[in-house]
Design a protein around this ligand. Structure first.
Ligand code: ADP
Ligand code: MG
Length: 706
């Protein structure tokens, strides 16, 4: 850079606003505000500009209080005219507030949230949204609320834009910093901040996409004249975000393919053939195809970097085993890493069974083994005497070395951090990598999250498995449902009973696992009831699971911690309390724990209140990919990405599958750009590179040099 730039202190002294100016130097923001903003992740002026509304309210979507009808889900605005905390007979403390607007009044209740009494005051104007039910009259139990105006501000000053038919942005807020204050701050600085933001997207590209320029898009999301305008602005920001992600992924894939050529294994028709001949069943077509895809990768000189995606029970392990044996018959070692000891043990047991006819045995390496045991296993791995290793994180420890590691398989790969996977992979010169996941995701999402991987999918389930029947029942049928569970367990079956929370104190309105375990134990003295939840130590959790697997525990009451992929064929029943509190994909994961034996299995959903369509849709299908689509539509992108935080991707504005068109365009543009200028070094691409790297600092390495 030739032009001399003013130093930071000089620019601050001269008061020039820059995007990286700390927010505390902005007008209207002092130390205290700055600290509050920090809690929302807002440190600089740029962060403030990019703190976008998560919702908009426009007049047409606000329902007058009298028209909020029972059974509907509505948004209303009103002034608090009365409030208080009332205890119920069950000892639950309910915060309630009465709202008034021109049309009349509506009572709102927040069970178990007495603390709201401190933040909600008479005279405030509230926006509330949630379901309206009947309980001594119409009542809303808000899922969300926003304080639109404080008690002391003049009447409804803030409700006025609503009346005017304008669109009101609603910002994510935090304690002590209301949405309204944030809106004021953003509004005050918006024009100045937008003036500092320039558009790095080449103009012809932007035009061809029919998206607004960046400054217009930012204005549209913060100060929209209509919902449609805000949406168009959002799509522009979404495109940029998807483009940055695809630039990084496409570049990562190119670098991986080029710089690290791997082993070109050859099919020797030795161990792999013998496994195929000794299998007690036929592979499914999907398994055949996946095995072929993997073989093609492994026999090619490039390194394999493939994801094998399939619901629980679709038979990923045996496919992985073929890959492992291909490495072994080429005189290499193969390692399989699982996220928990329980899963590692299970894999080892499965492999042992399948490998017995081949006179091969996997080594199992776990953290809890004695120093002596570990020492012996490490020695066998280091000398190459052991060909196949299964284990937990223990495998990637520094003390572990392999003689000649040719293939790394990582189960439930999203549960490992990038650096953990790298640690294991680094134990070979250039091993092929096969990642497994039991979380099927829609194609659009796969391209986003796994755009740097090749993907094989297993959709079919092997035949000979008992079917799973899913039923939605009402609270009135609870007794009969419990009786059914007891009867089945009496016949020697086992059951999971799943609840959303551990203790009642967390959410007084929800049934909790500990209470349920006690009441079932008292109710069914002839059955052994176990309890498992996230606050148990990992060892204790594994212990309960082992006893369940061994049949010593008949009924396992659990929160969602039951291991993905845990295989207890005799467990044929699952009762899910409060299924309305779970995402569809999560319900599907839970359901995957049953239906693993030959017997028919039953999954029974017991929602609070009337069952929503979503639960019936869930009950009607077992296709994990279909459910993943529904789930993505229901929850949007942010959540799903959140669940895979270890991937470290940032997708805040894009919504899939709705924005699938943008994703396709972004991916194509990234392919074209990187095809023509691999490290984006040309002057015209420099700003695109800088922005992608700013969003993904770890991509710096990727774009260094040609
Ligand atoms: P996943 O890891 O995908 O959840 P597993 O690999 O654990 O599934 O396989 C589930 C069960 O199905 C295992 O008991 C396995 O032996 C069995 N299995 C795998 N493939 C087949 C097949 N083609 N036919 C019958 N059973 C199979
Ligand atoms: Mg598995």
């Amino acid at each position: 850079m030739t032009a001399s730039r003013p130093s930071k202190s000089a620019s601050r002294a001269s008061g020039a606003l820059r995007l990286d100016t700390p927010v505390k130097f902005l007008k209207g923001i002092g130390e205290r505000r700055a600290e509050q903003l920090e809690r929302l992740g807002i440190r600089t002026a740029r962060d403030l500009l990019w703190h976008l509304p998560h919702r908009y309210i426009d007049a047409s979507t606000v329902t007058p209080l009298v028209r909020a009808e029972v059974g509907q889900e509505v948004a209303c605005v009103g002034r608090v005219v009365a409030k208080g905390v009332v205890p119920t007979r069950r000892g639950l403390r309910i915060f309630h507030a009465v709202l008034r607007d021109e049309s009349g009044v509506l009572e709102c209740v927040w069970p178990g949230q007495a603390f709201l009494d401190r933040s909600i005051a008479v005279g405030q104007t509230l926006l509330v949204s949630g379901p309206v039910r009947f309980y001594h009259g119409r009542q809303m139990a808000p899922r969300e609320f926003v304080i639109l105006a404080d008690a002391d501000s003049d009447a409804g000053a803030d409700a006025e834009p609503l009346a005017g038919g304008k669109v009101l942005p609603v910002y994510p807020a935090t304690e002590g910093l209301s949405h309204k204050v944030i809106r004021g701050l953003v509004d005050r600085h918006l024009d100045a901040l937008i003036a500092l933001s320039d558009d790095v997207l080449p103009e012809p590209v932007r035009r061809s996409l029919e998206l607004p320029a960046l400054p217009d898009a930012l204005r549209a999301v913060h100060r929209p004249a209509s919902g449609a305008e805000a949406e168009l602005g959002r799509r522009r920001l979404a495109f940029d975000e998807l483009l940055d992600l695809q630039l990084m992924l496409i570049r990562a894939r190119a670098v991986a393919k080029r710089s690290r050529s791997g082993v070109a294994f050859t099919v020797r028709r030795d161990l792999t053939t013998r496994l195929r001949e000794s299998l007690p069943w036929e592979l499914t077509d999907d398994q055949h195809r996946a095995a072929r895809e993997i073989t093609a990768d492994m026999t090619a000189p490039d390194r394999m970097h493939r994801l094998l995606m399939g619901d629980v029970g679709t038979g990923k392990t045996v496919v992985a085993l073929f890959a492992m044996l291909l490495a072994v018959e080429n005189d290499y070692q193969a390692a399989l890493m699982a996220p928990t000891e329980l899963l590692a043990e299970q894999h080892a047991a499965t492999l042992e069974g399948l490998l017995a006819p081949l006179a091969l045995r996997p080594e199992l390496l776990l953290g809890r083994q004695t120093a002596g045991e570990k020492q012996a296993i490490r020695a066998r791995l280091a000398t190459g005497q052991a060909r196949l290793a299964v284990g937990t994180h223990a495998l990637m420890q520094e003390s572990v070395s392999f003689h000649r590691l040719g293939l790394v398989v990582i189960d439930e790969q999203h549960r490992f951090g990038v650096e953990q996977r790298a640690a294991l992979i680094g134990k070979g010169a250039a091993p092929d990598v096969l990642l497994l996941t039991a979380t099927p995701i829609p194609r659009s999402l796969a391209l986003t999250l796994y755009g740097d991987l090749d993907v094989s999918t297993l959709r079919q389930r092997p035949p000979g498995r008992g079917t799973i029947r899913t039923a939605v029942r009402t609270g009135a049928q609870r007794e009969r449902v419990l009786e059914f569970v007891r009867a089945e367990c009496g016949k020697g079956r086992q059951a999971y009973v799943v609840l959303p929370v551990i203790e009642e104190s967390e959410r007084a309105d929800l049934r909790a696992a500990t209470t349920m375990a006690q009441s079932l134990a008292a109710r069914w003295p002839e059955l052994r009831v176990g309890l498992i939840h996230g606050r148990l130590k990992a060892d204790d959790r594994d212990d309960v699971m082992r006893r369940f697997r061994a049949g010593e525990v008949h009924v396992l009451v659990a929160t969602t911690v039951i291991e993905v992929g845990i295989d207890v064929p005799n467990a044929t029943l699952m009762l899910i309390e409060h299924p309305e509190r779970f995402g569809l994909a999560q319900l599907h994961q839970l359901r995957g724990r049953i239906g693993r034996g030959e017997e028919e299995s039953f999954c029974i959903l017991l929602p609070e209140g009337p069952a929503a369509d979503r639960l019936h849709a869930f009950a009607a299908t077992e296709d994990g990919f279909k459910i993943a689509e529904l789930d993505l539509e229901e929850r949007g992108m942010g959540d799903l990405i959140g669940a895979r935080q270890s991937g470290g991707f940032e997708v805040r504005h894009a919504r899939l599958p709705a924005d699938a068109d943008l994703l396709t365009r972004a991916r194509q543009l990234a392919i074209d750009l990187i095809g023509g200028d691999p490290a984006l070094q040309r002057p015209e691409n420099q700003r695109l590179r800088e922005r992608a790297v700013a969003r993904y600092p770890r991509a710096v390495e990727l774009f260094r040099g040609g």
